[in-house]
Design a protein around this ligand. Structure first.
Ligand SMILES: [Fe+2]
Length: 355
């Protein structure tokens, strides 16, 4: 393969157009993000990591996924992209500044590539000390997460666990597309992504894959993008956005806290989890936002450097996690929460396809 036009070093944010920013602001706070900036018709949210924002939405006429933002290491990367796609390098007027080029992938999804964005120094975090089986390093020290039982509060007679997850950063997106080879080649050629897993159907056809950033000797997340082919009628009905996966600051307790926060708040649609994926190995918990887009909390994912070759994985490895609830038929499809509830009742789970 020829050298890619550039090598993205990470994904940074997802951008949406939404009809109601107020309900989304409330959702994102419960989901565990922090407000970063707001103008009359644009909201920006950040995590505890170094990126100035990891989620942004503009008020608009419809609910629509617009683009994902990526970061490159040198201005020369932007120059090569601008030359190749015959687009301009433009100054970003959004939090963190920097310069960017705006591209469209083969399915028309926005891909914004940034350089020179001002990032903060993310605070370092003490890893939790876990006692397990034969290895019990925590002694004479009590395990407490947050304020312990004081995180529970009564709201109008209903008990709510108040501690949210602490979202750190965006780790990946999952997109549904028409032609897996075309899309995987485009992301490999344009952003330098490496294949971690090809997803292979029983007849040998590749239906998509998990791809990661090429950071050479430095390990990168197992996947920065997940690409899945869908038939045209499903793409027409649900669009291309599958989900966005946000990594948490602290490990499993952070995931569990967020789960029980969302659950006891009682306003939002749970999509899938808690479980541990097979491809990427991360523990996951998926929630559907009020506009119908799926956002994931995840922790403890695999890291691979560029030396690790691509693997051909059967499709069942995506659908059947290492453990967790059976995947619902609404998973990775954008639809309003009420519709998802209906679909889950009437359609068989995708996992039945692989039994
Ligand atoms: Fe994910």
């Amino acid at each position: 393969m020829a050298d890619p036009i550039c090598k993205a070093v990470d994904i940074v944010f997802v951008r949406f157009e939404l009809t109601d920013l107020e309900v989304q602001k409330e959702y994102l706070l419960h989901f565990g993000m922090r407000p970063a900036h707001e103008t009359g018709n644009v909201i920006y949210f950040k995590g505890t990591g170094a990126d100035p924002f990891i989620y942004t939405a503009t008020k608009g006429a419809e609910n629509r996924y617009v683009s994902s933002g990526y970061r490159v290491g040198a201005r020369a990367d932007l120059e090569r992209l601008a030359d190749h796609f015959n687009v301009d390098i433009v100054q970003s007027r959004e939090p963190g500044g920097g310069e960017k080029v705006v591209l469209k992938d083969p399915d028309g999804l926005g891909v914004e590539v940034f350089h020179g964005v001002e990032r903060t120094v993310a605070p370092t975090q003490q890893a939790p000390s876990l006692n397990a089986g034969f290895d019990k390093p925590r002694q004479n020290h009590l395990q407490r997460f947050g304020k312990g039982a004081d995180e529970w509060r009564s709201h109008d007679g209903k008990l709510v666990y108040e501690l949210t997850s602490k979202v750190m950063r965006l780790g990946h997106t999952a997109i549904n597309i028409a032609d897996p080879k075309r899309s995987m080649d485009w992301y490999a050629d344009t952003l330098g992504f490496l294949v971690s897993d090809n997803i292979v159907l029983p007849d040998g056809m590749v239906m998509g894959g998990f791809m990661r950033c090429d950071l050479g000797d430095t390990p990168a997340d197992h996947h920065t993008i997940n690409i899945t082919a869908l038939p045209p009628e499903k793409l027409d009905a649900h669009g291309s956005f599958g989900h966005a996966g946000f990594e948490l600051t602290e490990s499993v307790d952070d995931l569990m806290a967020g789960h029980f926060h969302m659950k006891t708040v009682g306003k939002y649609a749970h999509e899938w989890g808690i479980g541990r994926h097979l491809l990427g190995s991360q523990m996951y918990d998926y929630w559907r936002d009020p506009a119908g887009f799926i956002l994931e909390h995840w922790t403890d994912g695999d890291l691979l450097d560029a030396s690790v070759p691509a693997v051909n994985a059967p499709a069942r490895d995506v659908i059947l996690a290492q453990y967790g609830p059976v995947v619902p038929s609404s998973f990775n499809l954008t639809m309003p929460p009420e519709k998802a509830e209906e679909v889950r009742k009437t359609d068989p789970s995708m996992s039945t396809l692989f039994l």
